[in-house]
Every structure is written in structure tokens, then in C-alpha cells.
Design a binder for this molecule. Structure first.
Ligand SMILES: NC(=O)c1ccc[n+]([C@@H]2O[C@H](COP(=O)([O-])OP(=O)(O)OC[C@H]3O[C@@H](n4cnc5c(N)ncnc54)[C@H](O)[C@@H]3O)[C@@H](O)[C@H]2O)c1
Length: 446
């Protein structure tokens, strides 16, 4: 296991889906490389971690100096899409970036031409696909994707690759939960060209077979399947997901822990959004929204733990909705109305109105996840990377472990993992030793 040495050679970041998030991600990386922008929102580029004691000077280290991450100048991008538009056309249409930025970045984005995607029109129903692989069976499609990955690496002159899945949200299928957990049985379904094998699963399967970490930025079922997790462990490939925690859910996983920390009760949490980009159009299909609803809804129950605090959290209502409203484009507006209660049961309310830019929030998460996925791969870590929970609405854990959704516990886990990789001590925030005999522990009193 090498922990100190900076990686050599280029890193290919491959995105199934060349849409608003991917093009904003690519545009930002290129602008940063050209010195025209700062990596705002990226923990790998701007974040720090303290190492050692608080009473020693200069203990804060930049995260990309603490652990050996790929340099963003060594990143090259490749993409697949089921629509043939190149990156500059997508960025223009997605209306995330200003005219000034578009003019600067379009020559670069023009060079990002997607390869044909694998597609199931039953699962992504609102898009007109004109750029779809002609292979007929699931196995053939997987093999074609594997060949694409090898071609990307060769053409981009990359030593390593990471897949960051940024394609449209697929229709929710509860049947995916019943897919066979053993890889050998899942393989039989692939060979039988079973319709339960979705495009997202195929991208994941192909990436893992090529030794390429797979990061799922969407709610789609893929690396959460036990059979695909088995494949990842067999092939020694890191996997992480799912669904970028970018806006409303990020705020929820900050506020809910604050309420719980102060033992404030909750009667209800009503969350709604208006969104007018292509993601919003796809999510306007109720069956696709169901996938999103599942990842957006689970966070409160795991944070609030009603069984531990029945007087505070056993009866709250939680509603989540997204409404497609074209004039708003990528400028999503999220409203939260939170009905809480305090001392002697007195009711209070909190209102949040988050006027955000969806892809601007998601892009730095994609960058961090790609760099950490590559780091995990070089450490020869395999399977579920729970330490990356910080970035996801619905984090994956080893079966049997409770999911942690509190953003600040997730951040502590992330930073302590990075300290451990760097050979440094974890930070517990106990700090009694700074006060010596003023704060002796009972056992030390004798
Ligand atoms: N923006 C955010 O804050 C955010 C947060 C969490 C998750 N997400 C998820 O990220 C994904 C991308 O979001 P976006 O705003 O870029 O959407 P988008 O619609 O702009 O881009 C998605 C792209 O995926 C393509 N696509 C669909 N099916 C495909 C397939 N099978 N293979 C290859 N390409 C395919 C579409 O043609 C489209 O170009 C969505 O699933 C969204 O829910 C976004």
C-alpha cells in the first residue's frame, strides 16, 4: 500500500451522462486549470485537516497535501450519452453558466464528444435518445462499455480511470431489490438478457470489470446490489454511492442533527422544490421521481432515531416533492417548512428558502469523489467506501451497519480516514488533557 507518493500519469474521469452536472464539472476544472476560477465547494482542493495537538502551531494541512491525490492538471474527461450533443452544446442548452463563461469554455467543451450510451427507454422515458449502442444483449452491451473504457484510457493517455455516474434518474423498480444477491446468479441474468438488468448496472459492471472505481451520483440502483458489491470485492475495486448530497438534503442533514442535539421535537418537515432543467423534466415522470423520493426521504429517520426519542420524533410527517417548472432552469428553488416543538410542547416553525444552482452545487462533489475514488483504488481498497458518505443523500454501508447521515459526523469520518491514510492519529475532540489536573477523570483521582 503506497500512501505518500503522488500518483503519476493522467487520470481519466468518465461520466455516463454528459448533462448539466457533468459539463459544469468539466468546465469548472478547465477554468481552474487555466487560473480563471477557484475550486470553491471542493474539499479536496480548498479543505484542510488539523493533525496533532491544538497547542502546537501550524497544525492545519491542506487535504491535497495530507494525502496523495491526483493533481487536477492531470485530469482528462470522457463521457457517454444517449444524446449525441457535444459538451459545448449541452452547456449552452443547460443554461448553468453565464455567457461570459460559456464563451471562454466552449472551445474546450466542444472537444468532449460522448460515446454512445446504453439505454432502456422504459427507464428514462422523457428523453429523445439518438445516440444508443446497437448491441442487443446485456452481455454485449457490457462488453462494448468495457471496450469504450479501454479506448478512453488509450485516447486520453490515462494510466488510471474513475467512473462518476451522472446520467438521468431511472424509473424506480422495486424488483431491483429482489435481484439475486450472489454474483454467479446475477451473471446468469445478464447472460439471459433479463430486462431487470438496467443500463446503470451495466455501466457499474463494466467499470468494475475494468478495475475502474464506480461512483454513483444518482439514485439509480447499481452498486447497492450485493452481487455487484461482490464483483467489486473480487476485482479489488472501490465503489460509492448514492445520489450527490448537494442542496436541500445537505441542509436537512445539518439542521436535523441540530434539532436532535438540543432535544427539540419535530411535528413535520415539508420539503418542495421547483426546478426547470432536464433533470427536472426527467423527474417529472412520477416513476423516476419515486427513485429520488426514496433517497431524499430516508435521511430524517436515520438521524432522528425515533426509537431512542419517541417523545420527540415518533409522529412527524415528512413530505418531499419536486415540481418541473421550465422558466427556472438550473436555478432550483427549495422550500422547507419545519414544524418543531420545544419546552412544555410549545410549537415553533423554521422556514428555509434555498435559491440554489443545482449543478454548481453538484460539480465540486463530483471532483472530490473522483479524486478520492482514485485514491482508494491506489490504496487497493475495495467494495463500499463508507468514508465517502459525506457526499451522498443515501450513503452505502456494509450490511448490518447503521447508515450515518449527519453531515458533521460524516465530515469527521472523512477527515479521520484521511488522517489514518496519512499515518496520523484520529482526532476525537475530547481535549481533557489540555486542562491537566483541573479536569481529572474519576479513575485518575486516587
Ligand atoms: N444537480 C444536482 O444537484 C444533483 C444532485 C444529486 C443527483 N443529481 C443527479 O445527477 C444526474 C445528472 O443531473 P443533470 O442535472 O446533469 O441532468 P441532465 O438531464 O442535464 O443530464 C443527464 C444526462 O444523462 C443522459 N442519459 C440518460 N440516460 C443515459 C444513459 N443510459 N447513458 C448515458 N447517458 C444517459 C441524458 O441524455 C442527459 O444528457 C441526475 O440523475 C440527477 O438526479 C443531481
Amino acid at each position: 500500500m503506497q500512501t505518500k507518493k503522488k500518483p503519476e500519469g493522467r487520470l481519466a474521469i468518465l461520466t455516463p451522462g454528459l448533462g448539466a452536472v457533468s459539463t459544469t464539472f468539466m468546465a469548472g476544472v478547465e477554468m481552474i486549470r487555466q487560473g480563471k476560477s477557484k475550486p470553491i465547494g471542493s474539499v479536496t482542493q480548498m479543505g484542510t485537516a488539523r493533525i496533532g495537538r491544538r497547542d502546537e502551531p501550524n497544525r492545519y494541512v491542506k487535504i491535497n497535501e495530507l494525502v496523495p491525490l491526483a493533481d487536477i492538471k492531470d485530469i482528462a474527461f470522457g463521457a457517454w450519452d444517449i444524446v449525441s450533443e457535444p459538451g459545448d452544446v449541452v452547456a449552452e442548452r443547460s443554461k448553468v453558466l453565464t455567457r461570459e463563461h460559456l464563451n471562454e469554455i466552449k472551445p474546450y467543451l466542444k472537444t468532449i464528444v460522448p460515446k454512445k450510451g446504453v439505454h432502456d427507454p422504459e427507464l428514462v422515458r422523457r428523453l429523445e435518445a439518438d445516440h444508443v449502442k446497437s448491441e442487443k444483449t446485456a452481455r454485449e452491451k457490457i462488453e462494448a462499455l468495457r471496450q469504450d473504457i479501454r479506448d478512453f484510457k488509450r485516447d486520453l493517455n490515462a494510466k488510471r480511470a474513475v467512473t462518476v455516474f451522472c446520467a438521468s434518474t431511472e424509473v424506480y423498480r422495486s424488483a431491483a431489490l429482489n435481484l439475486p444477491p450472489a454474483l454467479k446468479d446475477f451473471d446468469k441474468l445478464i447472460d439471459a438478457n433479463d430486462p431487470a438488468i438496467t443500463p446503470t448496472m451495466m455501466y457499474a459492471y463494466a467499470s468494475i470489470c475494468e478495475g475502474v472505481p464506480f461512483i454513483n451520483g444518482t439514485p439509480n440502483y447499481s452498486v447497492d446490489l450485493p452481487a455487484i458489491q461482490e464483483l467489486a470485492r473480487d476485482k479489488c475495486v472501490p465503489i460509492a454511492g448514492k445520489d450527490f448530497k448537494s442542496g436541500q438534503t445537505m441542509m436537512k442533514t445539518v439542521l436535523a442533527p441540530a434539532l436532535k442535539a438540543r432535544m427539540i421535537g419535530l411535528n413535520g418537515w415539508y420539503s418542495t422544490n421547483i426546478l426547470g432543467n432536464r433533470d427536472g423534466e426527467v423527474l417529472d415522470d412520477p416513476a423516476a421521481f419515486k427513485s429520488k423520493e426514496v433517497t431524499k426521504s430516508s435521511v430524517l429517520s436515520t438521524i432522528l432515531e425515533k426509537d431512542l426519542y419517541p417523545d420527540l420524533y415518533s409522529k412527524y410527517a415528512h413530505k418531499v416533492s419536486i415540481h418541473y417548472y421550465p422558466p427556472r432552469g438550473d436555478d432550483k428553488e427549495g422550500w422547507d417548512n419545519i414544524d418543531i416543538f420545544g419546552w412544555m410542547g410549545y410549537p415553533m416553525q423554521i422556514k428555509i428558502n434555498f435559491l440554489c444552482k443545482d449543478s454548481i452545487l453538484a460539480a465540486p462533489l463530483a471532483l472530490d469523489l473522483a479524486l478520492f475514488g482514485d485514491l482508494a483504488s491506489r490504496l487497493e481498497w475495495k467494495g463500499i467506501q463508507e468514508w465517502l458518505s459525506f457526499y451522498f443523500k443515501s450513503p452505502m454501508t456494509k450490511p448490518g451497519l447503521e447508515v450515518e447521515n449527519d453531515l458533521f459526523i460524516q465530515q469527521t469520518k472523512l477527515k479521520n480516514t484521511l488522517r489514518a491514510i496519512a499515518g496520523e492519529e484520529p482526532i476525537t475532540h475530547l481535549g481533557l488533557d489540555y486542562y491537566g489536573e483541573d479536569l481529572p477523570l474519576p479513575t485518575a483521582k486516587k
